[in-house]
Design a protein around this ligand. Structure first.
Ligand code: 9WN
Length: 442
């Protein structure tokens, strides 16, 4: 049973179970990440889910993306959660009442948060389009219509991130909350977060809901949550404004994973613009991808250790923590070859290994069970594998593909996995794990 891909019947079994997870988590017009822990629609989850739905139900992939972008703000930001009206306020914390976002003129009344997540949607849309031909002419026509609807919205999303979120003035987007990275309690933010007060009394007024459905030892701590709540309240009370972030807001960080996804989105947009006959747009997107790549390569590279790190836009300091986010610039085709080689060396080293844990095994913060501080996640490993493919590391890409499939086959479609034992942790029927399995099996 050690290698499901070598046994067609086991591949078929894994495929069927993945399809069942996506079926279970479909909510009529969107897919939830998991029923109990995350009963709404999340932004970058939708992108990963669409990559899998491209094989089994492209119409649903488009519906999902559509639903998310219907909640896009007039300034271009795509909220990190679109709340399901049928789920009670206390089904997830922080719910719509906490975020209390302004009513947006001319938009459907969808309740959302006011922060973002990594902009992987152009990549997802391109993947769904690319696979449409396998489902017949009607699907191709649907895909073209959906691409045309999404394109200006995806461009607005990129413009929001590159213009309004360039807090450090360096050509990179800053995240204003750890939730925006999608890698919530990653050690990459520890140094920057040390400047943010952890007011535990906030949790008396704003009660966590995650601990009712998940093991506290596998989730962020109360101190983390106190900071998360404080940061979100501050951003909310400033009207979700992004002006003078560095002066006004206590957390603004340039993440190598977020910005690599931002650049890769420009490349996907170039492809989409090509299909839509927008030649000038395609050229502009490629130029933008090159500019972001150059900024990542220059600004987030730590020469002494030859690794990529998060940079605090307020202090200019690079984070001392080596995390999986530092491996993801490998996705950039224009990354200089010596930096790509260095990422591969780091990925293969005893600090990481394949599949890559979310944080450096050799560091004191490493914790095999606590969320983004050690466990293996399928989505970031899937992105890392794309990077290996882009730079021609074929053997490693195949090794990683098999390792991910083995993990899920042996332990289930979990949210994350203990990097030592493989034990599944967090939500047991997690959508992006299932969706990305479909892509890895296809
Ligand atoms: C906060 C839904 C999301 C993922 C994130 C993951 C986790 C939320 C939480 O779940 O974050 O957004 O409540 O912990 O860290 O990557 O999008 O699956």
């Amino acid at each position: 049973l050690s290698s499901p891909v070598a046994f067609p019947d086991l591949s078929a079994e894994l495929w069927q179970s993945a399809v069942r997870v996506l079926e279970t988590n479909w909510s009529g017009d969107h897919t939830v990440p998991s029923r109990r822990l995350y009963p709404h629609q999340w932004s970058w989850d939708t992108a990963f889910i669409a990559v899998g739905l491209a094989y089994v139900n492209p119409t649903r992939a488009w519906r999902d993306l559509h639903n998310l972008f219907e909640a896009q703000w007039p300034d271009g930001r795509v909220p990190h959660i679109v709340f399901d009206a049928a789920t009670a306020e206390d089904g997830y914390f922080p719910g719509p009442g906490f975020w209390n976002v302004p009513v947006l003129a001319g938009r459907p009344a969808r309740r959302s948060t006011g922060i973002v997540q990594p902009p992987l949607h152009a990549v997802a849309a391109w993947e769904v389009y690319r696979h449409a031909a396998a489902h017949g002419a009607a699907c191709v026509s649907e895909a073209r219509t959906e691409l045309a609807w999404l394109y200006p919205r995806l461009v607005a999303q990129q413009e929001y991130l590159t213009r309004r979120r360039d807090a450090g003035g360096s050509g990179l987007a800053s995240i204003v909350h750890p939730w925006e990275s999608g890698l919530d309690n990653s050690p990459a933010w520890d140094q920057a977060l040390a400047e943010v007060p952890a007011d535990l009394t906030l949790l008396e007024r704003h009660r966590r809901h995650d601990l009712a459905v998940a093991d506290a030892a596998h989730r962020p701590t109360d101190e983390d949550y106190a900071r998360y709540v404080g940061l979100a309240l501050g951003y909310r009370d400033g009207g979700y404004s992004d002006t003078e972030l560095v002066q006004r807001h206590p957390f603004a960080v340039e993440c190598p994973a977020f910005n690599s996804i931002l650049a890769v989105a420009e490349l996907a947009l170039a492809q989409i613009a090509g299909v839509l006959g927008r030649t000038a747009g395609a050229i502009r997107h490629r130029d933008r991808a090159r500019e972001i790549t150059a900024a990542i390569s220059r600004r987030l590279w730590e020469p002494a250790t030859r690794t990529f790190r998060a940079r605090d836009a307020r202090t200019g300091r690079l984070s001392p923590a080596r995390c999986v986010s530092g491996l993801l610039p490998l996705m950039l085709p224009d990354l200089p070859a010596d930096q790509a080689q260095a990422i591969m060396a780091e990925a293969r080293s005893e600090r990481f290994g394949l599949p890559a844990p979310s944080a450096d095994r050799a560091a004191p913060f490493f914790d095999t069970r606590r969320y983004w501080r050690g466990p293996v996640w399928i989505n970031v490993n899937w992105l890392l594998r794309r990077g290996m493919q882009v730079h021609g590391f074929r053997g490693e890409a195949e090794e990683l593909r098999r390792a991910m499939l083995r993990l899920v086959h042996e332990h289930g479609h979990y949210e994350y996995f203990d990097p030592d034992t493989g034990q599944g942790l967090g939500a047991p029927t997690f959508s992006w794990t299932a969706a990305l399995c479909l892509d890895l099996l296809a």
